[in-house]
Design a protein around this ligand. Sequence first.
Ligand code: AMP
Length: 530
Amino acid sequence: MPAVPPTNAVPPPVVPPPTNAFADLLLGQAGREPGRRLLWGPDGTTWTYGDLDATSARLAHALAARDVRPGDRISVQLPKSAGLLALHVACARVGAVWCPLNTAYTDREVDDLVADADPVLVVRERPVRGVTTVALAALQAEAESLSPAYDDVPRSAGDPAVMLYTSGTTGRPKGAVLSAGNLCFGARNLATAWGFSRDDVVLHVLPLHHAHGLFVAVHVTLAAGGALRFHEAFEPGRVLADLPACTVFMGVPTHYTRLLSHPGLDRTAAERVRLFTCGSAPLLAATHEAFRERTGAAILERYGMTETHMIASNPLHGQRRPGTVGPPLPGVQVRIVAGPAGDSASDGSPGAAGVAVHDRGVADDSSSGATAPGAGEPGGIEVSGPNVFGGYWRRPELQATEFTPDGWFVTGDVGRFDADGYLEIVGRAKDLVISGGLNVYPKEVEQALDALPGVLESAVVGVADPDFGEAVVAAVVAEPGAGLDPEELRRLLRADLAGFKIPKRVYVVEALPRNTMGKVRKDVLRDQLA
Ligand code: AMP
């Protein structure tokens, strides 16, 4: 008798084909609409998504031929170009870890970071001792005759995809390793929050070795199938010339102050731009207001870190509040831990001093029996969510100091929520000044100084003082043509601030020391003023 198949046979499970979600994020539009415009390069190159697909496939074959394997690191130090973008995508397709280095780094700095990253390949003009180094042009020549089709190496969400060295205003740089899952979640979350579509054209003036220029500007645009207009660096005249052809501009605060000092900035220049975003450093409320007055556009300020992708953002629709970075993004949890430095990690109990947990901007302090810091009370900012990285490269000892025992990342920033769940960044915990045993938040003093007539901007630091432990000291920059008298500034501050917050000394300086992302180098300033 022929065998009768059982009627209740369970069909074999359907196993989805293995995928590489990060490569899919970057190249999704190539599958849907290969002819769609993707890029205007700084050298005049124009690329479609199909061009990126084919070029990155060829480079992926070239990397594979050089024995680059999934999980291997590739360090790159290259100027911004279409070729650099294709190499980034090729790295994702072979499943290697992309480790971009600041183009400003010297050979010695590159030697140190390459020794730390331990890559199988360095792509750079000048060789690095002890590691295989190839120039981008040479790699492109190897790739030229290879196939324009490539089967992406499957990767899972937890696999490392990018390692960025934190901008390191203090201490030895740390490699923050972000997984494919971190990057995909972060990019999609922002694309949705900021209403990105394939019709967007982003004016890209940021460096590609930093989270802002890479994770935010490039990944979000590619995830939405939009287009990028690359400028090699920020130049106000060129930005104003290209703005009418763009729908989104992403900048750091210095970009906005420089645009404001250009006579060409007006309503017509900004007319087609649906969204101006700002981050990486605090945007002065005065800059926000001046920009709105000149262009009619309200800059959307947001807050993120290399280690956490984006954390909070002012809304696309709804009120954008100057001086705040908006509510936490969907799916991202933010809590404020009482105590000046947010030092919960040191005693291992984040709830000990009281925790306010804000998830999706909704306040919920029920997780702690203690009193949560209310609106107006600053504390350490801690973050959790699919956006948060897993740890630093080969620095297991930092796991215990940079994460709480329940797995939240300690940002090192101090902030507070207002009554509506908008987050305000007060400063870095390590910048807090403790003078005569009293806490002084530099931002509060800076805001009071900035509001005085003739002051363009200011920075406040603590310097060692025999009497007070630390003394509050300020550096101020005058508005063009204004003369400032330090004693007069101290006298005027008395109307706004308690005596212990008044800087013991005020110095009038030409400019504040800043890094390339516009962050004030308080460590440098402290040394200068000490
Ligand atoms: P990075 O890892 O280089 O992106 O630097 C992240 C740090 O930049 C944060 O921890 C904050 O201290 C600072 N930062 C980023 N965005 C803002 C913002 N909108 N306002 C104030 N500080 C910011």
